[in-house]
Design a protein around this ligand. Structure first.
Ligand code: AMP
Ligand code: MG
Length: 314
């Protein structure tokens, strides 16, 4: 089965140790039964993902979250407020979760994704679904079923097509197993979390052993990415050199043409986030060997976009 909208078919595959790419509001996930160590081993192999990089477990409700994690008060409050949505919480795990899912950690990352098809799959299958982004390790995350097909088609059992991802950036990861710490900037802005939790520590560097997957080089689009500190610097440099092999990701006005991918002409940050990975892909597919981008103001979703661009440029 290739790209499909057959929810019952997806449920059956997942119940039989299959791998199914699933749509979420953040990016497409490569789903497998979280309690089935054989299926999870296939996820790591298919993605070529190092075994030290733990997976996020997707559930459909707070009730179901209790099956995999010990939820404290803060976790309950945050899930009630922001779920379903792009927020992943790291919490002490229950024994039922196989070590392969958490890379041997005593904590598990859990999230309630905001996509009707995937919520249906989880409810109908009665499974908790471990799902890393559905791309080979280190590459750009997929935001459409076709992206998954390009990168993993033929290696997995099905791709459930739920349309393009609305948010387009991975979830924000918040570790609540000790003092609250943000391990990954993502689709839920810090400005949303801080009124609830106070000022948060952000610890997303690769040196942090609690976020083993946050490697400084990631999101490789297949071209060299160069990141400018602002749009003006990018534009000045673009005119100063032979730019025939250079594609550009830009926010708002300033450059136009075939080599230019505009994240959002009206400088809407939500639109920009949703188009970031697609932009990287399209420019790379057009054959540009360099992709230039500029940082956005470091606030709201701009912080998460900058984070992805920095890692893509590393
Ligand atoms: P991805 O599946 O590509 O969205 O990446 C998921 C990320 O979740 C991993 O790279 C880890 O950084 C993070 N993660 C998953 N489980 C844990 C955990 N138990 N503790 C800390 N971080 C985790
Ligand atoms: Mg990923």
């Amino acid at each position: 089965m290739a790209i499909t909208t057959d929810i019952d078919g997806a449920v059956q595959l997942l119940q039989n140790s299959g791998l199914v790419a699933l749509p979420t509001e953040t990016v497409y996930g490569l789903g497998a039964n979280a309690m089935d160590a054989i299926a999870i081993a296939k996820v790591f192999k298919t993605k070529n993902r190092p075994s030290f990089d733990p997976l996020i477990v997707h559930v459909a409700s707070i009730d179901q979250a209790h099956k995999v994690a010990e939820l404290n008060e803060a976790a309950l409050e945050l899930f009630e407020r922001f779920s379903p949505g792009p927020l992943t919480l790291v919490l002490p795990k229950k024994d039922s979760v196989p070590d392969i899912v958490t890379s041997g950690h005593s904590t598990v990352a859990i999230r309630i994704p905001d996509h009707p098809m995937t919520l249906k799959v989880i409810r109908k299958s009665h499974l908790c679904i471990a799902a890393p982004s559905a791309n080979p390790f280190g590459y750009t995350s997929p935001t459409t079923a076709a992206h998954v097909q390009e990168q993993l088609g033929g290696k997995i059992d099905a791709i459930l097509d739920g349309g393009p991802c609305g948010v387009g950036l991975e979830s924000t990861i918040l570790d609540l197993s000790g003092v609250p710490r943000v391990l990954r900037l993502g689709g839920l802005a810090l400005e949303e979390l801080e009124p609830v939790l106070g000022i948060l520590e952000v610890q997303t560097s690769s040196s942090n052993p609690n976020a083993p997957g946050m490697l400084s080089a990631h999101y490789n689009p297949g071209a060299r990415v160069r990141l400018f500190s602002n749009k003006k610097e990018l534009i000045d440099s673009y005119y100063a050199v032979d730019n025939s092999k250079t594609g550009v990701l830009i926010m708002g006005q300033g450059l136009e043409g075939l080599a230019i991918f505009n994240l959002s002409e009206s400088e809407n940050i939500i639109e920009a986030a949703s188009r970031l990975f697609t932009g990287l892909r399209i420019l790379s597919a057009k054959g540009y060997t360099e992709i230039w981008a500029h940082k956005l103001p470091d606030k709201g979703l701009g912080r998460a976009i900058n984070d992805r661009l920095i890692r893509a440029a590393n």
